[in-house]
Structure formats: C-alpha cells, structure tokens
Design a protein around this ligand. Structure first.
Ligand SMILES: C[S@@+](CC[C@H](N)C(=O)[O-])C[C@H]1O[C@@H](n2cnc3c(N)ncnc32)[C@H](O)[C@@H]1O
Length: 279
C-alpha cells in the first residue's frame, strides 16, 4: 500500500501535496476556507481578497496535477468568491454543475439591507468527457405515495420510477446542529449526507478521494464509510485530533467526543498523520 494512502497529514496542504504522486487521485473533494473571517486557529479565512485569490490559484495549480485524467473535483464556496474561483477552474477543467446547498436555515431576523444568504455554492468539475459518474448510486427513491400516484399503465416498468430520481442541483440538507450525533467541534463541519453523495457518484469503489482542507475530517469519514480510500491535510492540530477520533469510531456510529479547538496557529513542525484503512 502507498505510504500516503488513508492518512490525514497534520500540515499545510500546499507543501504536503508533494507527497502525492501525480495522476493518482480519482476525486478532489474540498472545502477550503471561504475567507469570511472565521477563526480556524490560523489566518486562512482572514486574508485580503487579493491574497485569498492568489492563494486559491496557488493550491489549485498544485492540486490538479494529482488528479487522474478521468478525475473530478467538487469545491465548496460562498457566492462572494465563487465567480472568481469558478473562472480559475474553468480555464483548466470542464464545469458540469453549480450545486446549491440550501442549509435549511430557519426564517428569523437576518439582514435588513440585503437578502439573507442561506446557501453554499458547490462547483462540480471534470477533467475530460469519460469522467467517472455513477448516478444510480445516488438516486433518491420515490416514496410510496409518489409511486402510487404514478401507478397508471403508462408508468408501469418505468426504470426511473423503480430506481429513484436524479438528486438535481439544489440540495436541501440541514446544516449540523449541536445536538446532531455526527456533530464535531468544528465551526464549518459539512454533513456526511452531502459528502457521501459526491463520493458515491464521482469516485469508483476502491478509488482515492483527496481533501486539502479536512477540518473535522468529514471527507475522510465519508470515504471510509463508502469503501473508498482517502488522503488529506489539516493545518490545525486540534482539528487533527478530532479527525483521529472520528476515524477511530465505528463508521456507523458517528458519535464524536467534543473538543475545543486550539486558538493557536497549529502548523505542525513534525507532521503527524492519521491513518485508517478504508472500510
Ligand atoms: C471550511 S473548513 C473544512 C471543514 C470540513 N469540510 C468539515 O466538514 O469539517 C477549512 C479547513 O481548512 C483548514 N486549512 C486552512 N488552510 C489550510 C492549509 N493551508 N492546509 C491545510 N488545512 C488548511 C482550516 O484549519 C479549516 O479547518
């Protein structure tokens, strides 16, 4: 087994990428800092606009050669910077979708000088036409009432009715609340439901998913639960501990011991790694 596989390196992704051979990754699935001023224990989310976009261009240039020729990429962004970053990516890849993640934020208060923003913007990009995509793995089953309503003879034997529907590009999935069992102590943790959909659709079984910005390790968990391999990076040592705890728990039991992340910048001098076999 490659010595970098199924590990999360507690180090800066930009230098850590040198560990990964070119053309070895099936799917880059990444959720970089949005540059909205969050405190991740480092200044990655608190850069000037120019510095943030230059840094984004830098990590994109280092990460894309790691993809296989038929590989894909999903990137989480905010509407504030998705236009610029989509343009960067469109110069190198083909854009397949802009997916809107509706976080199902309840209607209360909010902005008074603009409309409240309740979604994240996700870009889905591919390298070339024969990219891997398994729609059947992520179809959404019709409920019994819908199936019954489509019971007229013209629908009998309709494959789409049996196998379920395409999830489309508007994904309404609640953000994680404190009481949610999969919730870890990370300010921008993404729900497994979303990440697993991307993994199942765009990474072949036994393939490799790479996330440059692991946070609480959702991408690694999703890959493990879906029988894929993973590799990734996280700068904050306290988040790396959370990742280790999540990976050590049984995949079906997503109960995470709550930890407070360190406020200190956590660039590990001696990179530690978190290893786990894909399920
Ligand atoms: C938006 S969060 C990722 C959240 C993650 N998707 C989850 O579900 O928990 C971005 C993460 O990137 C990390 N980060 C920022 N710059 C980094 C870098 N250069 N290398 C590695 N990690 C970095 C931050 O510490 C933060 O935890």
């Amino acid at each position: 087994m490659s010595d970098w596989l199924n590990q999360v390196f507690c180090e800066d992704a930009l230098s850590g990428l040198a560990r990964i051979p070119d053309g070895s990754i099936d799917l880059i699935l990444t959720d970089p800092p949005y540059n909205l001023g969050k405190d991740y224990g480092n200044d990655s989310d608190q850069q000037s606009v120019a510095a943030y976009l230059a840094w984004t261009e830098q990590w994109i240039s280092k990460a894309l050669p790691k993809l296989k020729p038929n590989g894909s990429l999903y990137i989480f962004l905010t509407w504030r910077f998705s236009p610029e970053i989509f343009v960067m990516l469109k110069q190198r890849m083909t854009m397949m979708n802009e997916i809107i993640w509706d976080r199902r934020v309840p209607s209360m208060g909010g902005s008074v000088r603009s409309f409240s923003s309740v979604h994240d913007t996700i870009g889905f990009f591919v390298n070339r036409k024969d990219y891997y995509f398994d729609l059947d793995a992520v179809r959404i089953p019709y409920d019994a009432a819908t199936k019954k309503a489509r019971s007229r003879s013209i629908f009998v034997g309709a494959k789409w009715l049996e196998v379920g529907y395409n999830p489309k590009d508007l994904w309404s999935v609640s953000r994680l609340h404190k009481e949610h069992p999969e919730r870890a102590d990370h300010p921008t943790q993404k729900p497994l439901e979303i990440i697993e959909r991307m993994v199942k659709a765009s990474c072949p079984p036994d393939g490799v998913v790479m996330d440059l910005f692991m946070g609480s390790g959702t991408t690694a968990m999703a890959a493990k639960r879906c029988g894929r391999n993973f590799v990734g990076f996280e700068l904050n040592a306290a988040y790396c501990e959370i990742i280790a705890a999540r990976l050590a728990s049984p995949p079906e039991q997503e109960m995470v011991k709550k930890r407070k992340p360190s406020k200190k910048t956590a660039k590990a001098e001696q990179p530690s790694t978190l290893r786990s076999k894909a399920a």
